[in-house]
Design a protein around this ligand. Structure first.
Ligand code: HEM
Length: 155
């Protein structure tokens, strides 16, 4: 076993947890939005429970997993730079990978900000919006995973 393989394994595990949270949280937001049409006291009871889960998914899974994915990803960059120089960071596959990483981190930030708005009752997004955007992280994951596994290039 070498350090690079260990960092790669830990990176993939953190990414799995991050993706699981990113795919699950918008489901909870969709169910939350659907409670609007319910009558009291069921509406408040359901929203209370869903909002507790939203907070837990963010605090227990999403935030730690994102931090670890970044830590192990930056560790991989450090090992890669020592092994093959910084040039790979400018290769198209790595630019695509890093663009995906920034978009995914931005999506994470958006979901995190929305949790607060949902709790305050000021979110303007519908259940349909959350269901439609649910696949965003997976589409980004396809780009990111295939970029690093194929190291594609133009021509
Ligand atoms: C959070 C910031 C991230 C950074 C800084 C980062 C950086 C890296 C680096 C430098 C490598 C090694 C590339 C190589 O030399 O082959 C790598 C590997 C990998 N990354 Fe990331 N990554 C991040 C997030 C992600 C995400 C979100 C995904 C998937 C959704 C992902 C999937 C992978 C996979 C599958 C590998 C293993 C590729 C292989 O061993 O062939 N990474 N990452």
């Amino acid at each position: 076993m070498n350090t690079y393989d260990l960092a790669r394994g830990l990176h993939i595990l953190a990414v799995i947890a991050w993706m699981a949270g990113l795919l699950f949280l918008p489901r909870l937001y969709a169910y939350d939005a659907e409670q609007q049409s319910k009558s009291e006291p069921l509406k408040s009871e359901m929203q209370g429970l869903l909002r507790l889960w939203q907070t837990r998914v963010l605090r227990i899974i999403l935030n730690p997993a994102m931090i670890l994915a970044w830590v192990f990803g930056l560790w991989l960059i450090h090992i890669d730079v020592s092994a093959r120089g910084p040039g790979f960071l400018a290769e198209p596959w790595m630019i695509a990978k890093l663009s995906g990483v920034f978009l995914l981190s931005g999506w994470h930030g958006f979901l995190s900000a929305q949790r607060k708005k949902i709790a305050a009752g000021t979110s303007k997004y519908s259940s349909k919006f959350w269901r439609m955007t649910n696949e965003v992280p997976f589409v980004l994951a396809i780009i990111m995973v295939l970029s690093v596994t194929t190291e594609w290039t133009f021509g």
